[in-house]
Design a protein around this ligand. Structure first.
Ligand code: NDP
Length: 478
């Protein structure tokens, strides 16, 4: 009997995805470059369902029903290309290769083009939820051709997370769209984590509460609007005691945040598209700042703070202010991420349904949150919504939080507590809603030094001032 789907690459992610398929009653072919991983999967979990192990790629391909559906779950980059090169001669027209690793979307576009030329479908698919998600139900973001989704979609939907019975998997859009959306998901994850970290830092420094006490605060926040996986695990991390020293674990962890690159990719793409994703960018740079060891040492030794002793009279009120500032900043960060998806969708012709993306992020993935329901509803109300915060639900939420948000950002600035994501989100909010921006002055400066011209508020056309001459204005035709 032939297998319905195959997984090659059986490290933590591939192994768990294969088990997930088997547990859902699918016959799953499994393969790994080194046979030991395949053997250990069968030895440890062979009784969970119908696995068809193969030692060679040729046997693996031969064990699949047609159109063959092969998921590649190997180290992203060169290894993915190596596996594709090995697979292609073994496959036939109409077969589907799925790259479920963390590929960068331009690589996915390149691979899809190359495989289309030889009659194969290539589906770049985002998979979020880490090791546990892969086993118990991830959020899945497949791109590629719509035809491939007809055959592949039901299988992927069956193993994805479910929220209210709805699968956290849907067709995202052509070629690189799936990996793109996964990338932005990770960028939003960076922003969310940074905002939570700033909230913790503000409460810790502002009120002197212990990590364990702040864990309880996050637990209570997880009962409200902020309910999410990241808030939940934050409480767990803050409550953890270091077994060795008996201190809070968070106090013995080196304060240098690392990254694997998806945040950087998101910011690079936003710069290319000209989309201001300040929350994600600040979060990415905050990690970089934390890792700037020589600079931090030099600064710590010499730079003054000139801060007053922070006197917070009502700790509970301050904590509530921080909660509201966190919620408002989070709304801004998500709004920016969805703007980036809209801009990329237009640029690359992907036609991505943003409400559907929020829907498939409600479960399985790292940014899963109650709040994503509100985003889905906003895009259902207005599919071409220009700005997420301008949806009435979010406008009201941000407006209610605004006084607290301003108090927190002002207080942080006066007391020398770095809140790059909180403050840049507020600056974005004030910038985007401003009647007039000082961009007018920048246009004047550009015209002065580079004759770059400016447009006027009162009539169409481009204009230039004869700055070095009589300072008269000339109209420049298109
Ligand atoms: P790794 O990224 O650690 O990759 C190990 C796997 O890649 C092994 O099966 C290994 O085979 C195989 N491999 C490496 N080089 C080659 C090659 N040249 N040819 C063939 N196979 C090769 O595995 P993970 O399970 O952690 O992740 C898999 C993918 O999923 C990655 O792209 C990752 O970015 C992505 N991902 C990971 C998440 C996570 O939480 N870990 C979450 C979401 C996505 P061998 O055993 O023979 O060495």
């Amino acid at each position: 009997e032939l297998a319905q789907i195959g997984v090659t690459g059986l490290a933590v992610m591939g192994r768990n995805l294969a088990r997930n398929f088997a547990r859902h009653g699918h016959r799953v072919a499994v393969h790994n470059r080194s046979y030991a991983k395949t053997e250990s999967l069968i030895a440890d979990h062979g009784d969970e369902g119908a696995f068809v192990p193969s030692a060679s790629m040729a046997d693996f391909v031969a064990s699949l029903e047609r159109p063959r559906r092969v998921i590649i779950m190997v180290k992203a980059g060169g290894p993915t290309d190596a596996v594709i090169d090995e697979l292609v001669p073994l496959l036939e027209e109409g077969d589907i290769i799925i790259d479920a690793g963390n590929a960068h979307f331009p690589d996915t576009i390149r691979r899809e083009n190359a495989l289309k030329a030889v009659g194969l479908h290539f589906v770049g698919s985002g998979v979020s939820g880490g090791e546990e998600g892969a086993l118990l139900g991830p959020s899945i973001m497949p791109g590629g051709s719509p035809t491939s989704y007809e055959s592949l979609g039901p299988l992927l939907e069956s193993i994805s997370a479910k929220v209210d019975g709805t699968p956290c998997c849907t067709y995202v859009g052509p070629d690189g769209a799936g990996h793109f959306v996964k990338m932005v998901h990770n960028g939003i994850e960076y922003a969310d984590m940074q905002l939570i970290a700033e909230a913790y830092d503000l409460i810790r420094q502002g009120t002197g509460k212990s990590a364990a006490e702040i864990a309880d605060i996050f637990r209570s926040w997880n009962e409200g609007d902020l309910e999410s996986f990241l808030i939940e695990i934050t409480a767990e991390v803050l409550a953890q005691v270091d077994p060795e020293t008996g201190q809070a674990l968070v106090d013995v962890i080196l304060d240098q945040a690392e990254q694997k690159g998806t945040g950087r990719w998101t910011v690079q793409n936003a710069l290319d598209l000209g989309v201001p994703i300040t929350g994600i960018a600040e979060a990415t740079f905050a990690r970089a700042l934390s890792g700037s060891v020589p600079q931090r040492e030099a600064a710590r030794a010499s730079l003054p703070g000139h801060v007053a002793e922070w006197s917070i009279r009502d700790a509970d009120a301050f904590v509530e202010d921080v909660r509201q500032a966190l919620y408002a900043s989070k709304i801004v960060a998500y709004s920016q991420g969805f703007d980036q998806i809209a801009a990329a969708s237009a640029e690359y012709d992907w036609n991505i349904d943003r409400g559907a993306m929020a829907r498939i992020w409600r479960g399985g993935c790292i940014i899963r949150a109650r709040f994503l329901n509100r985003i889905t509803e906003a895009y259902e109300r207005t599919p071409d919504l220009a700005l997420l915060i301008a949806d009435p639900y979010f406008t009201e939420a941000v407006s209610a939080a605004l006084p607290a948000w301003r108090r927190v950002v002002a207080g942080a600035a006066q007391n020398g507590i770095p809140t790059p994501a909180f403050s840049s989100s507020l600056a974005y909010y004030d910038g985007i809603r401003a009647e007039r921006l000082p961009a007018a002055l920048i246009q004047g400066q550009r015209d002065f030094f580079g004759a770059h011209t400016y447009r006027r508020v009162d009539r169409p056309g481009s204009f230039h001032i004869e700055w070095s001459g009589d300072r008269s204005e000339t109209a420049i035709d298109g």
